[in-house]
Design a protein around this ligand. Structure first.
Ligand SMILES: [Mg+2]
Length: 235
């Protein structure tokens, strides 16, 4: 790995759900809890609910609506934010999350959180998992008006917080997000092999980007600072 002065270290952009946090919470809310509550609210069978919701999911996946609790609450007649609050104890970090963030901090890296979670969901996650101290910038796609899959997101982010796309690293578990970032000009893209602890590890051959599982593995992809003499393997 090349050595860098800390002022020339890349900014590390992190996705939240499925990257720093275990996607099992979101899977539980959207694929288990919501169909059950939807079936109760609309007096239909669980299977009917799953079919209805699956159709909605297919229509809206990778759009800003998909990530909006308010949109889903209106669309399906179940308060989705309340549902997330009810089960907030299930929100968990992925393995190595805090170890990595602490090491990056010690090595002098600047970290930004860029999430498709809407602002109320982001707030709820941050109330449960203390990510805030590690981030210089935290942005929800809802604030910018574009989902991260859209090049418009990266353009708006750059207007809000200036950065050179060739001098950042993006870690994100969603292929469509990485594709949008690539189109914008971000070159260093890394994905996650197992976004949800309740689902199998994804095959490396099915992923188009370098992938990590335990988050501390990210350090081997980053240039090491000459300024601080920290052994990242043992620190
Ligand atoms: Mg994600």
């Amino acid at each position: 790995m090349p050595n860098c002065n800390s002022s020339t270290l890349p900014i590390v952009l992190f996705d939240m759900d499925g990257t720093l946090l275990d996607l099992s919470f979101d899977d539980f809310i959207w694929n288990q809890c919501l169909p059950e509550r939807h079936a109760q609210a609309h007096q239909c069978t669980l299977q009917q609910s799953q079919e209805t919701l699956s159709q909605f999911y297919q229509q809206h996946k990778h759009t800003l609506s998909w990530y909006s609790s308010k949109y889903w609450t209106a669309k399906v007649g179940v308060d989705v934010l309340k549902l997330q609050q009810e089960f907030q104890h299930k929100i968990q970090p992925r393995s190595g999350c805090f170890k990595l963030l602490q090491q990056l901090k010690e090595l002098g890296y600047r970290c930004w959180l860029v999430t498709n979670a809407d602002q109320p969901s982001l707030k709820l996650k941050l109330e449960n998992i203390a990510l805030r101290p590690y981030f210089e910038v935290m942005v929800s796609s809802q604030q910018l008006g574009y989902a991260k899959e859209d090049v418009g997101f990266w353009q708006s982010l750059q207007q809000l917080h200036s950065f050179d796309p060739t001098q950042v690293v993006l870690v994100d578990d969603t292929a469509q997000v990485l594709a949008g970032a690539k189109q914008f000009g971000i070159e260093q893209l890394i994905t996650i092999t197992q976004p949800s602890s309740l689902k199998p590890v994804r095959e490396l051959s099915s992923l188009n980007y370098p992938a990590i599982n335990h988050l501390v593995e990210l350090l081997s992809f980053l240039p090491q600072s000459q300024v601080k003499d920290v052994d990242v393997k043992t620190a």
